[in-house]
Design a protein. Structure first.
Length: 292
């Protein structure tokens, strides 16, 4: 992992003098220097306060066949899902470091999440850490990392559909604990029910155990209505094994001959950017209608 630019944690209430960086991502197109000793120490401290680690790599379109062959997964086994985000047309939530999302999966299953990104693990409420749906995760991407805190919930696929069609309020999807988490970190005065539906993004997802790698690989393909797509492979580990897993994962991907994008765009940012533009093009009356 490498570092160039740091961001102040967003949405975590703490005195300015005690805040510490929980995100180090280089600017797009910039040369990325090797992470300094101070940055390495900072990352080590953040990992100690986290509960999980996910390493992510984006694969360009011309690398899809290499990924299928090298990892050895069957694309036919992919699970289809629809992903919805909730934000304002100008992405006020995203700018404040808050992500609100719901998903529909086959079998009538749905799930929700309220996420803060980036965060400093030391600034989070200890009571919240004990919640079974709460997770603090470090995402490692080419050139940097970001630490996030998320509170997950469950719902039905139909409930997600009803909200996306304007038949039910947004907050009906989320638990009381999630709504309180949102209220504590969203911009002042921005109620959940005032958020617009951004999506859906169609997603195909496969989890696969390669023969010559000691942990599962997740493959995700996000498809946008304009034909755009994000193709990502990832693996997970514990914070304690972060550096070892990173080296092994990079070696495995290289051995498979899979090219990797240098772009720093994430699935979430790509989806929010696309649907925000779509929402702004539509009439005010269509703000509660989903994009299909």
């Amino acid at each position: 992992m490498k570092s160039l630019v740091s961001k102040t944690p967003t949405g975590v209430r703490a005195p300015a003098s005690t805040k510490r960086t929980a995100s180090r991502m280089p600017r797009a197109g910039a040369d990325v220097p090797v992470m300094s000793a101070d940055a390495m120490l900072e990352l080590f401290q953040i990992l100690q306060g986290s509960t999980s680690l996910e390493l992510k790599l984006s694969v360009p379109d011309h690398g899809r066949n290499a990924a299928v062959k090298g990892i050895g997964f069957d694309p036919v086994e992919a699970e289809p899902r629809q992903v919805y985000f909730f934000d304002t047309p100008d992405l006020a939530l995203n700018k404040a470091g808050v992500v609100v999302r719901a998903r529909r999966s086959r079998g009538g299953v749905g799930d929700t999440v309220v996420k803060l990104r980036p965060v400093d693990p030391t600034m989070l409420d200890r009571k919240l850490r004990r919640s079974p749906g709460f997770k603090i995760e470090v995402d490692g991407l080419p050139g940097g990392y970001v630490c996030s805190a998320s509170l997950k919930g469950v719902c039905t696929a139909q409930e997600v559909r009803d909200v996306s069609n304007g038949k039910a309020p947004v907050e009906s999807l989320f638990s009381e604990e999630q709504r309180a988490f949102y209220a504590a970190h969203a911009p002042a005065g921005l109620k959940m029910n005032a958020l617009a539906t951004l999506g859906p993004t169609f997603q195909l997802r496969v989890k696969h155990q390669p023969k010559d790698f000691d942990r599962r690989i997740t493959i995700e393909l996000w498809l946008y209505p304009d034909g755009g797509r994000v193709y990502e492979i990832s693996t997970r580990g514990t914070p304690a094994e972060a550096f070892q897993v990173q080296m092994l994962f990079k070696a495995f991907v290289a051995k498979c001959g899979i090219p990797v994008e240098k772009s720093l765009a994430t699935k979430t940012s790509s989806a929010l950017s696309f649907f925000s533009k779509e929402l702004k093009r539509r009439t005010p009356a269509a703000k509660t209608e989903p994009v299909h």
